[in-house]
Design a protein around this ligand. Structure first.
Ligand SMILES: NC(=O)c1ccc[n+]([C@@H]2O[C@H](COP(=O)([O-])OP(=O)(O)OC[C@H]3O[C@@H](n4cnc5c(N)ncnc54)[C@H](OP(=O)(O)O)[C@@H]3O)[C@@H](O)[C@H]2O)c1
Length: 289
């Protein structure tokens, strides 16, 4: 929302219409390459920030064709356009293809995709590097408030605890999540500073999903006894998951002087947004204006 005062913004959606004042939004199935290129030729963007993907890790196992189309073919088309037109291609990648234990993975760490979602996201990265030198590949894991009514991890934890219900919180999966609002302002800074290449945009220390739930619980002063430590294996998920996706943000801190991101601050901001009526503002400004 902050960007619309500074840039001409064009967005696309598929099933959830966005109508934000100061921006132009189109319904577009990104898999329709001709329609996509027709829009790109009309808009001629200097920067494309690509966030759409097939993100349900279990569904990616069963619907591989859709996963490939969205997670590989679409970024392939966009990097082709950006490569030919010298636009900057900013691509949201993932932490899901890392799995070495007890480390913070850096940009050079070995990748070991354990499921098809991770495989497709990795394939996209390789294509982007080949087709468009003017790129930013952002490996991340984020949480925050959605404009849609959705149960992303932090929201799911928040709503269950708020309603006095138990939360099965996984104690043997580790990650380095960042608040969505911090991620978007960081992307903006990275673009403004001319950073290019692959970066890990993450908070500064690894926490388990169990500790993440505990921190949300503490921030909102909910009842700790509702958080039930759970092993990931007991969830019987379809796709295999990594137990350690934690990312090192050292390269970003080196290249963006002064940038830092502490998980405690991120959770505090998550709470502040809720208290300050951000969810209502987000939902009304995206839907009504
Ligand atoms: N959530 C995380 O922590 C996390 C972690 C690592 C990486 N990522 C990456 O971050 C990005 C965003 O993830 P998210 O969790 O925010 O996912 P999300 O909320 O499900 O957003 C995915 C978007 O893709 C759009 N989309 C799906 N199929 C489309 C199509 N054929 N044409 C046009 N748009 C289409 C959907 O638009 P409609 O809603 O309009 O249908 C949806 O808004 C993804 O690239 C994901 O891999 C996320």
């Amino acid at each position: 929302m902050e960007l619309r005062d500074r840039y001409g913004l064009v967005g696309t959606y598929l099933t959830h219409p966005i109508s934000l004042s100061g921006t132009t939004n189109y319904m577009l199935d990104l898999r329709e390459k001709a329609a996509l290129f027709e829009l790109l030729e009309r808009v001629r963007p200097e920067v494309i920030i690509h966030t759409a993907a097939a993100v349900n890790v279990d569904e990616c196992e069963t619907n591989r064709e859709l996963a490939y189309q969205l997670n590989v073919s679409v970024p392939d088309s966009l990097s082709e356009y950006c490569g030919a037109n010298r636009s900057l291609f900013v691509h949201l990648s993932t932490d899901a293809f890392f799995s070495e234990k007890n480390v913070l993975h850096d940009e050079e760490s070995a990748v070991t995709p354990l499921n098809y979602y991770a495989e497709t996201k990795l394939l996209a990265e390789d294509i982007i590097r080949k087709k468009c030198s003017n790129h930013l590949i952002i490996r991340t894991n984020f949480f925050g408030w959605n404009y849609q009514i959705k149960s992303s991890l932090a929201e799911w934890i928040y709503f269950l605890l708020r309603d006095g219900k138990t939360v099965p919180a996984v104690e043997d999966v580790w990650f380095t999540p960042i608040l969505t609002n911090t991620l978007s302002s960081t992307l903006h800074e990275m673009i403004e500073h001319g950073l290019r290449g692959t970066y890990h945009v993450a908070s500064d220390r690894s926490i388990s999903k169990y500790e993440f739930a505990q921190q949300i619980c503490a921030a909102f002063d909910f009842d700790y006894s509702l958080i039930i430590p759970t092993k990931v294996e007991s969830l019987k998920l379809k796709a295999k998951r990594s137990s350690n996706m934690a990312l090192s943000n050292r390269k970003l801190r080196r290249d963006l002087p002064g940038w830092q991101c502490h998980i405690e601050d991120e959770i505090f901001k998550f709470k502040e947004l809720e208290i300050n009526g951000y969810i209502r503002r987000l939902r009304t400004s995206l839907v009504d204006n």
